[in-house]
Design a protein around this ligand. Structure first.
Ligand SMILES: NC(=O)c1ccc[n+]([C@@H]2O[C@H](COP(=O)([O-])OP(=O)(O)OC[C@H]3O[C@@H](n4cnc5c(N)ncnc54)[C@H](O)[C@@H]3O)[C@@H](O)[C@H]2O)c1
Ligand SMILES: [Zn+2]
Length: 351
C-alpha cells in the first residue's frame, strides 16, 4: 500500500511517502519528485551492503559515501571528512544528498546537507524504526560534541522522506524494541490506537508506522522551531536522558525512554493529573513489548542531579512533560524534588 503524508513547513511543504518495496523503485520515485543531478547516497558500513549500493546503482549519477556505524561517529570530524569527499566527488550546489540509515546517518548527512555550500537538497530514507517515526521527521539535524549530544545542529527540511517498511526486516531486535518505545510515546501523546501489544509484530509496521509519524507531523507543523508544544515530544525524555548519562550510555535510548515514560506517567498520577490506573496500563504494555519499566540499581538522587543539568531545564527550573490522560500532554514547571524522588524510588532497587 502506498500512502503519503503532506507536511507543511515554514517555507514550503514536502511529502513523507510510505511504500513497502520503495527502494526497488527508487529511480521512478526520484523521477516523480523531479530529483535529478549529482547524487550522494550517505549511509553506513552496515547498511551499505544491505541497501546502500543497490540504491546507488539504481540512480543515475549517484555515488555511495559510507561512514562507520555508530553514534560515536556523529561528530564534526566525520562531517569535515565528508565535506572534503564531496568536493572531490564534484558535488556543487545543484547536487543532492540522500541520507540512507538510522537516526545517526539522518542527523549527520542532514547536517552536512544543511551546511555544505550553504545547503544542498536532502532526501531522507530512514531505515530504523526510530528514524522512521522520529528522527527523519521535523527537520532537526545535529552532531555530538565531547561535551554532550546534539549540541551542534541546523534545521533542514528534506525534499521528500521515503519510508520503505520492508527494510525493517533486517533491523536488530533491540533496535526494533527501542523504536517501539517512541511509538508508545506517540500513542500516549495523541493516538491511543498505537498503544497495542501487536506492535511487536514487524509485519504490522506498514499499518502503524504512518500513524506514529502522523503524531509527530501534527506537532512539528504547529511548532516547527521548537518554541512551544514541540516540547511535548520530550515526554519521558527528561528521565531518559538522565538515565543514559548516569549509566555512561550503557542504556540504549529507547530502553531509557521506556522507563522515562513509566516515570512520567507515575508522576502524573502522583500529582493527581491523570487516572490512577494509567501507570499500570503503560507498564503492562511496555512489558509486553519487552521494554524495561524499572530503573535497576541507580540512585534516584543521582538521577535528579543529572536531570537538573539537562539543557532543557532553563534556569534550573524542573520542567516535566506530564499527562492529564492519553492524548492530553501538559508541561509542568517546578514539580517538588521530593515528589519526583519518591516516584524514582519506587522504580529503583537502590538502597
Ligand atoms: N533529528 C531528530 O529529530 C532526532 C530525533 C530522534 C533521534 N535522533 C538521533 O537519532 C539517533 C538514533 O537513531 P537510531 O536509533 O536509528 O540509531 P542508529 O542510526 O545508530 O541505528 C541503530 C543501529 O541499527 C542499524 N540499522 C539501522 N537500520 C537498519 C536496518 N534496516 N537493518 C539493519 N540494521 C539497521 C544501524 O546501522 C545501527 O547499528 C541519535 O543520534 C539521536 O540523537 C534525532
Ligand atoms: Zn527519543
Amino acid at each position: 500500500m502506498v500512502q503519503t503524508i503532506h507536511v507543511k513547513t515554514p517555507d514550503g511543504r514536502y511529502d513523507i511517502l510510505f511504500e513497502a518495496g520503495a527502494l526497488g523503485r527508487i529511480a521512478d520515485i526520484f523521477e516523480g519528485y523531479g530529483l535529478h543531478g549529482r547524487t550522494i547516497v550517505g549511509t553506513n558500513a552496515t547498511l551499505s551492503p544491505l541497501y546502500g549500493r543497490a540504491v546507488t546503482e539504481r540512480l543515475p549519477d549517484a555515488v555511495t559515501v559510507t561512514l562507520p556505524d555508530g553514534e560515536q561517529y556523529k561528530t564534526l570530524e566525520t562531517a569535515a571528512a565528508v565535506y572534503s569527499g564531496l568536493v572531490k566527488l564534484g558535488l556543487d550546489r545543484t547536487g543532492l544528498i540522500v541520507a540512507l540509515g538510522g537516526g545517526v546517518i539522518g542527523d549527520t548527512m542532514g547536517f552536512i546537507a544543511a551546511t555544505y555550500m550553504r545547503g544542498v537538497r536532502l532526501v531522507q530514507i530512514p531505515t530504523s524504526l526510530l528514524a522512521m517515526v522520529d528522527a527523519s521527521v521535523g527537520g532537526k539535524t545535529g552532531l555530538d560534541l565531547p561535551e554532550g549530544k546534539n549540541l551542534v545542529g541546523a534545521f533542514k527540511q528534506p525534499e521528500v522522506v521515503i519510508i520503505d517498511t520492508d527494510v525493517l526486516a533486517s533491523l536488530p531486535d533491540v533496535e526494533w524494541r527501542c523504536g517501539l518505545a517512541e511509538v508508545v510515546k506517540h500513542g500516549l501523546l495523541a493516538d491511543p490506537a498505537l498503544l497495542d501489544a501487536n506492535l511487536l509484530q514487524r509485519d504490522r509496521a506498514a499499518e502503524f508506522v504512518p500513524r506514529a509519524v502522523q503524531v509527530k507531523v501534527d506537532v512539528v507543523e504547529q511548532d516547527p522551531f521548537e518554541q512551544d508544544i514541540r516540547a511535548h515530544l520530550n515526554l519521558g525524555h527528561t528521565f531518559a536522558h538522565a538515565l543514559e548519562v548516569i549509566s555512561g550510555y550503557t542504556w540504549k535510548h529507547g530502553e531509557a525512554v521506556a522507563v522515562g515514560l513509566v516515570a512520567a506517567v507515575r508522576l502524573s498520577a502522583r500529582l493527581g493529573l491523570c487516572d490512577s490506573n494509567l501507570p499500570a496500563q503503560v507498564e503492562t504494555l511496555l512489558q509486553q513489548l519487552r521494554l524495561p519499566t524499572h530503573l535497576g540499581r541507580y540512585n534516584p538522587a543521582s538521577l535528579w542531579q543529572a536531570m537538573a543539568a539537562d539543557k532543557k531545564w532553563r534556569g534550573g527550573h524542573p520542567r516535566f512533560v506530564l499527562l492529564k490522560g492519553i492524548g492530553k500532554p501538559l508541561i509542568m514547571e517546578d514539580v517538588a524534588e521530593d515528589t519526583v524522588l519518591s516516584v524514582l524510588a519506587e522504580l529503583s532497587d537502590y538502597e
